[in-house]
Design a protein around this ligand. Structure first.
Ligand SMILES: [Zn+2]
Length: 112
């Protein structure tokens, strides 16, 4: 399952960031092109984090739009899907700048 692999990546990143402390809450920014289902990711996160410092932590998922730069006219476009052509000039030489990445934005540790 797609979300399972993403949840594993999130838990690994949370564990590195937490440095052995218990985690209460974590927030990730996920590119819209990853097509993450938030309920499925939350469910996978609960399973994958079982027995780790993130066990019982709440996961917030923020979806980030795709950003593309047109190599023909230089215009930057944000979109919730991958456009086939530049909306400005119709050029198809588009460079994906963001939208397919996964970033651990913040980790909130539980009180000691
Ligand atoms: Zn263009």
């Amino acid at each position: 399952m797609h979300e399972q692999g993403i949840a594993e990546a999130v838990v690994n990143a949370v564990e590195r960031r937490a440095g052995g402390h218990r985690v209460r809450r974590a927030r990730v920014r996920a590119g819209v092109l990853l097509h993450i289902s938030e309920p499925a990711l939350n469910q996978a996160f609960i399973m994958v984090s079982d027995g780790t410092v993130a066990d019982g932590a709440h996961l917030d998922v923020v979806t980030e739009p795709a950003r593309l730069a047109c190599r023909s006219c230089g215009r930057t476009t944000t979109s919730d899907r991958l456009p086939a052509a530049c909306p400005e000039c119709g050029g198809t030489d588009l460079e994906l700048q963001s939208g397919d990445g996964l970033v651990l934005e913040s980790v909130q540790l539980a009180e000691a």
